[in-house]
Design a protein around this ligand. Structure first.
Ligand code: FAD
Length: 419
């Protein structure tokens, strides 16, 4: 550390869902004497450019509620009251239903809500500001691990030195990489990933319709990939429509009337006439899990640690599991007087999250492979499987609890308990 370094306890690179949620949880768990900073060049610029909406499962909603974030976004959130899964071809006039889910995880608590990303991100940024997080609109440019500078004059073996794009340097006990799937911190730390591209992209847009969706989410498994209709507040739905990347690019570039025809062919007219009301964008899809979630005084969270197919709407929710686990191990360590960025604490976080992440990653990858194809044999196998799940109520209840993030070693914040 040099004399010009600013001293902070925790620097979080990335002010998306993962970074802001972690900052708030840590601040609330550790109190104002711990200095926390979030650095992200997009801070303070609003989130209107994000056309996506997310399914927030019950466990993640509990975390947002516990930290007081949900309360200012709740008016914009649409509960998912039931879910219908079909397996068909684009040209089929009728899409037979193979699986339905309905019901609460606890009485009065839906298993998920849909909310547009911009509302939740705005609420997170507002809360982070309110609780006194240092929000700095700049990127983390580089860092020097303690082992590399400990022997220099003024070096500190218990601090990582973080360089910012605005010229600042910070000395911190812990650097959290919440800088998304293309994480430059992960790369700089030399952490490789296991994964692959799918050659698929998700077209995302918002549709308004004549009739009420009644809180129903619909997932049509079409040969090119899932076509999801996810209910938003009002007579609107968010569409997540998977195609091969080439086909997605073609569809996105179509004139409005031709785009509408493609959309209607898949959506059908069960909610009356539809019209696309939002921007349309294609997101290339891939899968990876980082080989390690930690390095010297560094922890990876959210998409920086793992990227999954949106088929089950679980990417952000997995990130919230990272946040809840990391915040819990750090707060526990601080209460015991341990070093919050020390190897022991980070190992505990990694043990908690990496196996669970692998399981969810493999499951969503398998789902995508099982459904995104034209094989008649696989179609029969999956339809028999879905039909069986549909007929066994206890199995369905387990699926609902699993999808809601309430199965396994669930961290406190996801159970709605404060740290
Ligand atoms: C089409 C689609 C639909 C989806 N639907 C769902 C869903 O329904 N439910 C669900 O749970 N998940 C869903 N997901 C996944 C979800 O959107 C992501 O998992 C989530 O946004 C990841 O949040 P994050 O904070 O980890 O990363 P990001 O949202 O990528 O945020 C990273 C932040 O880091 C910043 N940054 C980058 N580099 C630096 C740097 N060097 N220094 C500082 N800051 C930096 C960026 O500006 C950005 O703000 C979906 C994904 C897609 C593509």
């Amino acid at each position: 550390m040099t004399q010009s370094d600013q001293r902070i306890d925790i620097v979080i690179a990335g002010g998306g869902f993962a970074g802001l949620s972690l900052a708030i949880a840590l601040r609330q768990g550790l109190g104002p004497s711990t200095a926390i900073m979030v650095a992200d060049p997009t801070l303070g610029k609003g989130h209107d450019g994000d056309e996506r909406a997310s399914a927030i499962v019950a466990a993640a909603r509990r975390l947002f509620e516990t930290s007081g974030v949900w309360q200012s976004a709740a008016d914009e959130a649409q509960p998912i009251l039931d879910m219908v899964v079909t397996d068909s071809r684009v040209e089929d006039a009728v899409r037979p239903v193979f699986l339905t889910f309905a019901g609460d995880v606890e009485p009065g608590e839906p298993f998920a809500h849909m909310i547009e990303n911009r509302f939740l991100l705005d609420a997170l940024e507002k809360k982070a500001h309110e609780v006194g997080i240092g929000l700095r609109a700049t990127a983390v440019k580089d860092f020097v691990a303690p082992s590399a500078h400990a022997m220099e004059p003024g070096g500190d073996g218990a601090a990582i030195r973080v360089g910012l794009a605005d010229g600042g340097t910070i000395s911190a006990r812990l650097l959290v990489a919440a800088d998304g799937a293309g994480s430059s911190i992960r790369e700089r730390a030399g952490i490789a990933v296991h994964g692959w591209e799918y050659g698929q992209s998700a077209i995302v847009t918002t549709v308004s319709h004549e009739r009420d969706h009644e809180g129903r989410a619909v997932e049509h498994f079409l040969p090119a990939g899932p076509f999801a209709i996810l209910p938003l507040k009002g007579r609107r739905s968010s569409i997540v429509w998977t195609e091969t990347t080439k086909e997605a690019e073609r569809i996105i570039a179509l004139p409005d009337d031709a785009f509408h025809a493609e959309l209607e062919q898949r959506f059908k007219l069960h909610l009356g006439d539809i019209s696309a009301v939002g921007a349309r964008r294609a997101h290339p899809l891939g899968f990876f899990v980082a080989r390690s979630f930690i390095a010297e005084r560094i922890a990876l969270v959210g998409d920086a640690a793992h990227l999954i197919h949106p088929i089950a709407g679980q990417g952000l929710n997995m990130g919230m599991r990272d946040i809840a686990a990391l915040a819990e191990v750090i707060v526990d360590a601080a209460r015991l007087g341990l070093d919050i960025g020390g190897a022991e604490v980070l190992e505990r976080y990694q043990r908690w999250r990496r196996f669970d992440t692998m399981t969810m990653g493999v499951m969503t990858d398998g789902l995508n492979r099982l459904f995104s194809n034209r094989s008649a044999v696989l179609r029969l196998a999956r339809d028999v499987g879905l039909g069986l799940v549909d007929r066994v109520p206890n199995l369905k209840q387990l699926f609902i609890r699993e999808a809601a993030g309430l199965v396994g070693d669930v961290p406190k914040l996801l159970r709605g308990k404060s740290l």
